[in-house]
Every structure is written in C-alpha cells, then in structure tokens.
Design a protein around this ligand. Structure first.
Ligand code: SAH
Length: 224
C-alpha cells in the first residue's frame, strides 16, 4: 500500500534529476570541463543524497550549498575542475583529500584513483560522508578524523593531493607528502577569493599553474 503511494513520487524525482543533471553536464562542458571520465562521475554521483532534503531540488544547480556546521558542499564545476586537474592523463594510485565535508568530492574522485585517503576535522560531517559512500558502494576510501594540515604521513607519498579548503599557503607537510611527478590542487589566497593552483612536483621544485578564481571555506586548525 505505502509502496503504491510512494512509487510515482520517487520516479518523478528520478526523471527530473536526469534532466537537470544533463543540464548541469552541459554547463560544465561549456565552462571547459573536457575529461569524459570526470563528466561521467558528475552525471552519475547523486548529489541530492549529500544535501539536506529541503535543498535536494537545488542539488543539480552549479552552486555550493550549506551542509551544516558552517560548511558547504563544493560547487560541481569546482569539483570537476579539481578532479580533472589531479587525474589528467592517468589514474593516480594513491590520492589524499583534505576536507571531506559531506563526501561529494570524495565520491566523484574515488573511482578515478587507486586508493583515496580523506581527512576531515568535523566528526559529524565525516560520519555522514562515511555513510553516504557506503550507500553508494564506494570502497577504496579510508577516512580520518584529523587536522589535514599534517597530511597523512604513514600513507605518503601521494600521487595526487586535493585540498578542498582555502589556505594562505599550502601546508609544508602536504608539499613533502607529494610524490615525484605528483600533483596537488588547492585554493590559495584570502577568505572569499582564492586562486586555484596546481603544483606538480619535480624533485625539490614545484611547477605552479593557475587554474582560475574560486571561493572556498577556510582551512582551519584543530578538531571539532
Ligand atoms: N568538498 C567537500 C566540501 C569541502 S568544504 C564536499 O564536497 O562536501 C571544506 C571542508 O574542509 C569542510 O568540511 C571543513 O570542515 C574541512 N576542513 C577545514 N579545515 C580542515 C583541516 N585543517 N583538516 C581537515 N578538514 C578541514
């Protein structure tokens, strides 16, 4: 009985999602996202599962949305851009993510790398992210409740590091934990407006590329 009543509603949401997701993909393509693997991930990861039900109708807009604890789920364009920037031309074996948040970026990136290590300082968010990834059947991610400024020493070096919170300068520990030829992307700059940078390690040198302006919540210290 309850099934009969719920079914039309559920499929209704499904159809709307498919259309609005395609619109989002189109927008990302227009903005320069090219890698079909990345576009497929944005198409297939159900972003509405990562936000509060009250916001689910806006889940496929290309915008950041609140996820509680004063944090936001990243904008799909930025997630796509960062994912593309660290996975370009291959499949990094080991990747590190700082700032799991609700786990959306984690879910987009995970199948495009061998193993993903993800650190979040707010336990409530991390618990939810763990649960969402389990629901999606994503199994190659290890989570840690810690201050990401220190990186994840025991698992270093990493082929890719993705920093999902704004910093004035990339933490030294993260630079040290990047393997030879590895790539790190991070929003660098003051609150409100940062430059998305990609650093590629060549020995003791870090080749620096600018990927455009972004706006992230700050990388903080300590746990919560
Ligand atoms: N990409 C995430 C959102 C990132 S928002 C998503 O898709 O949901 C930035 C996240 O970084 C927030 O959850 C914040 O709590 C976390 N963060 C900030 N400083 C941190 C630190 N030092 N270590 C670990 N996580 C941190």
């Amino acid at each position: 009985m309850s099934n009969e009543r719920e079914e039309p509603t559920r499929s209704g949401i499904g159809m709307t999602s498919a259309r609005t997701r395609e619109r989002l993909i189109q927008r990302l393509v227009e903005q320069g996202i090219r890698d079909p693997r990345v576009l497929d991930r944005i198409r297939n990861v159900p972003r509405h599962l990562f936000v509060d039900e009250a916001l689910s109708s806006r889940a496929y807009e290309d915008t950041a949305l609140p996820i509680g604890h004063g944090q936001t789920i990243s904008q799909p364009y930025v997630v796509a851009r960062m994912t593309e920037a660290v996975t370009i031309g291959g499949v990094p074996d080991k990747a590190l993510e700082i700032g799991t948040g609700c786990g959306y970026q984690t879910a987009v990136l995970a199948p495009l790398v061998g193993r993903l290590y993800s650190i979040e300082r707010i336990e409530g968010l991390l618990d939810r992210a763990r649960e969402s990834l389990k629901v999606l059947g994503i199994r190659n991610v290890r989570f840690k409740h810690a201050d990401g400024n220190a990186g994840w020493q025991s698992q270093a070096p990493f082929d890719a590091i993705l920093v999902a919170a704004a910093t004035h300068a990339v933490p030294q520990k993260l630079l040290e934990q990047l393997g030879e030829g590895g790539r790190l992307v991070a929003p660098v700059g003051p609150e409100g407006r940062q430059e998305l940078l990609r650093l590629t390690r060549r020995g003791d040198q870090y080749l620096r590329e600018r990927l455009g302006l972004v706006s992230f919540v700050p990388l903080l210290g300590g746990l919560s």
